[in-house]
Design a protein around this ligand. Structure first.
Ligand code: BG6
Length: 510
């Protein structure tokens, strides 16, 4: 069996990327395995990894929870999740092989449950050859992190040694502000050293997000223009058409900014704004992102530079959908925002004076995530026929999803006898340029955690700095009353458009 610790960063060079990266002997315990995330994402991703031959022969998947399930019952549950959600084709022999290593241990957060778990993992180490290497996936709300970590420590299942490793994989929300994030990090880091903690931000597992680094640092044409001399402003958009039916328990009281700006959108900002790392080793990459986050602040006054909305009933395409406050489980008086936008600046030589506009919302016109770098106008405009003013600004648009790719927008002469110039797009589309299908973000991230490859996981410091950026905005909103309403199927509240108009800009209509 290959030794995972001998493999280099997948981002580093061609040679490494072509090597098959197979996880070494190991197993994974999932806490919260009956939840939505495990069913829809984690279990299918584990099957996909097995199907691609990237898991070790004795890979063992242990579900832990209160249900009185035996191995067979759990295997049926995993099978259902796999058949409903796997990306790759279902192959009976792959499933049969994986199913041999599927186990369930019944227990709560008490001593008895963890004593049982510990005894079972030791037996499995011998029976399945997992070698004492375990990843603990905490797919549970953060209030349980402390009990789980302490129990794992108490039974001696948390500490790595020279020959074995123990890692913890955790899911957001990493707190609800900087203070609580710090407390949470302390709880986890008291048991697991930082290098054994893998915080999932699934956006970092997306191919298109990793491509930001390739686009910037593997090419010559973009980087010379990637700064305040040429860029007028940056727009980072994560729009979704789905509503929040069924997610009240998690979302009510959390809202759009905490749900995705604090993590996904600020990570995108960091990757777009950072300097070239000295290598793509985790420490070097994380250090550059950290520098950006440390230099990022909200632009004031917040009543003019931020916007917040909540969707009301409306037409989403051909369907008439409910407003947030009518969705099941939401407080009919809920003030939770389903749309959030803010203006940030990165206080560095490269970016001084360039506004970074971030926006996200549910029940918007359509699902799209993109990063647009919008250029300044050319310093001199030789076409005096009145068309130049109407021309848009040049832009590089990284299309994160769907329709993954990159667009460049520039002016071009319209055929004919007059010198009329109009904006046109030049497109690169993943689907046309490559035949390979991208793995799901969770496949990539679970495999990376098993391989001890932490480049794509935010550190405790990144998480705390991201909260520090958002905290003043959240405090301001907490005092500012109800969010503005916007009908489902539109592009958000009027205040979001005003926010840009004040600076002579407008949102792209993706
Ligand atoms: C999650 C958020 O992190 O990302 C959800 O909690 C959101 O609210 C989801 O819908 C979007 O992920 P994706 O990969 O579909 O863009």
């Amino acid at each position: 069996m290959s030794d995972p610790s001998s493999w280099d960063s997948p981002l580093r060079d061609e040679r490494d990327r072509r090597l098959p990266r197979i996880a070494g002997p190991s197993g994974m315990v999932i806490f919260g395995v009956t939840g939505d995330l495990a069913r829809k994402k984690l279990l299918p991703a584990i099957y996909d990894l097995a199907n691609r031959g990237l898991l070790p022969a004795g890979f063992t998947l242990v579900g832990y929870g209160r249900r009185d399930w035996d191995k067979q019952k759990f295997a049926n549950y995993v099978l259902d999740a796999v058949q409903a959600g796997a990306r790759t084709e279902f192959r009976e022999h792959v499933w049969q092989h994986l199913a041999q290593g599927v186990e369930f241990v019944t227990g709560g957060f008490d001593d008895a449950g963890f004593d049982k778990l510990s005894a079972r993992l030791s037996e499995l180490d011998t029976a399945r050859g997992t070698g004492g290497n375990w990843a603990y996936y905490l797919s549970v709300p953060p209030e349980f992190f402390s009990s789980i970590c302490h129990q794992l420590e108490r039974v001696g299942m948390a500490n790595s040694s020279d020959n074995t490793w123990r890692r913890v994989i955790i899911e957001k929300p990493f707190g609800h502000d900087q203070k609580s994030a710090r407390e949470l990090n302390e709880v986890v880091n008291a048991v697991f050293p930082e290098q054994s903690v893998f915080r999932i931000d699934h956006y970092l597992g997306k191919e298109t997000v990793q491509n930001i680094m390739a686009l910037r640092f593997a090419n010559q044409i973009f980087e010379p223009m990637w700064n305040a001399h040429y860029i007028d402003h940056v727009q980072i958009t994560m729009a979704e058409d789905i509503g929040l039916g069924g997610r009240a328990g998690y979302y009510d009281g959390i809202g759009a900014a905490r749900d995705v700006i604090q993590n996904h959108l600020l990570q995108l900002l960091a990757l777009v704004a950072m300097e070239e790392p000295s290598s793509f080793e985790p420490e070097a990459l994380q250090a550059e992102k950290t520098k950006v986050l440390r230099a990022t602040t909200p632009v004031h006054p917040l009543n003019k530079t931020t916007a917040r909305g909540q969707y009301t009933a409306g037409w989403q395409g051909s369907e008439y959908v409910k407003g947030l406050r009518e969705e099941e489980g939401f407080d009919p008086e809920s003030t939770t925002e389903t749309y959030a936008a803010c203006t940030l600046e990165v206080n560095s030589r490269r970016w001084g004076g360039v506004p970074f506009y971030l926006r996200t919302g549910k029940r918007l016109g359509r699902r799209v995530t993109e990063i647009a770098l919008v250029f300044k106008h050319a310093p001199h405009q030789p076409f005096q026929n009145g068309q130049a003013d109407a021309l848009g600004q040049n832009a590089v648009v990284i299309r994160v999803q769907p329709d993954e790719g990159v667009t460049m927008r520039f002016g071009s002469k319209v055929p004919g006898s007059t010198m009329e110039v109009r904006d046109v797009n030049m497109d690169f589309a993943y689907a046309e340029a490559f035949t390979e299908e991208s793995p799901e973000a969770y496949e990539r991230l679970i495999l990376d955690a098993l391989l001890d490859e932490s480049s794509l996981f935010p550190t405790n410091e990144e998480v705390e700095l991201s909260w520090a950026i958002l905290d003043p905005i959240l405090d301001y909103w907490a005092e500012a009353g109800r969010p503005e309403e916007y009908p489902a199927g539109t592009w958000g509240p009027e205040s979001a458009d005003k926010m840009l108009r004040r600076r002579g800009h407008s949102w792209r209509r993706p």
